[in-house]
Design a protein around this ligand. Structure first.
Ligand code: SF4
Length: 183
C-alpha cells in the first residue's frame, strides 16, 4: 500500500507560514508565504501540511477588532488570547487539535514519517517558545499549541514542535534545518 511516488514524510506547519493573508492585522511580514522557509522545504521531498489558522476560524480575519492594528502587537495579542480562552473558541480549538492528531495517527499507521510541527513564536495561539500575555511577549505556549500538545500526549505521540518568527527568517531557517536533521 502507498508504494507510489509519495515520499511518506510530512511536516505540519502553521497556516500563516504558507499564507500570511490569514495573520492578524498589522503583523504580516510577507505578501504570501514565508519565502525563506519555503525555499528550504522545497529542496526536500517532504509533504507540507498546512494546519488550520485557529484565530481565523474562531474570531474571523479581523479577530473581532476592526481597529486591531492600531494597538501595540502584544496588547492586541493579549486581547486575542483572552478571547481565544472563551468557551466557544476553546471547544473549536480542541476539535482542530483532535483533527490534526487524527491526521498524524493515520500517517503513522501506514508508516509515514512525521518530521514535526512548526508554530509561530509570540502568537497567542501558535506560540511554541514564546507567546503573548499581559501585554508582553513571555515564555510559554499559545492556547492552540497547548491543547495540541495535550492531545498528542493523550495519544502517546512524541512529535517535535518548534517555533519560528516570520520577522526573523535567518533563525527560522536554522530551526527548520535543525528539525530536519534531528528527524
Ligand atoms: S500564528 Fe496561528 S493563529 Fe496566528 S495567523 Fe498564524 S496560524 Fe493563525
Amino acid at each position: 500500500m502507498f508504494t507510489d511516488a509519495r515520499g511518506k514524510t510530512v511536516v505540519f506547519v502553521a497556516h500563516c507560514i504558507l499564507n500570511q493573508n490569514s495573520i492578524s492585522d498589522g503583523t504580516a511580514v510577507y505578501p504570501g508565504f514565508i519565502q525563506e522557509i519555503m525555499e528550504v522545504l522545497c529542496t526536500t521531498h517532504v509533504g507540507i501540511v498546512q494546519m488550520p489558522c485557529p484565530e481565523f476560524l474562531c474570531l474571523g480575519l479581523d479577530r473581532g477588532n476592526i481597529d486591531g492594528s492600531t494597538s501595540p502587537v502584544v496588547e492586541e495579542n493579549t486581547r486575542i488570547r483572552e478571547t481565544m480562552g472563551r468557551r466557544f473558541a476553546a471547544r473549536k480549538i480542541e476539535q482542530l487539535a483532535q483533527d490534526l492528531v487524527f491526521q498524524i495517527s493515520e500517517y503513522r499507521k501506514y508508516g509515514f514519517h512525521i518530521l514535526g510541527i512548526v508554530g509561530i513564536n509570540r502568537s497567542p495561539s501558535c506560540g511554541v517558545d514564546t507567546t503573548s500575555k499581559n501585554n508582553r511577549e513571555i515564555g510559554g505556549e499559545g492556547v492552540f499549541i497547548e491543547i495540541l500538545r495535550k492531545e498528542l500526549q493523550k495519544n502517546r505521540m512524541d512529535i517535535d514542535i518548534v517555533g519560528i518568527k516570520p520577522s526573523e527568517p535567518g533563525k527560522a531557517v536554522k530551526a527548520i534545518r535543525t528539525l530536519m536533521d534531528a528527524n
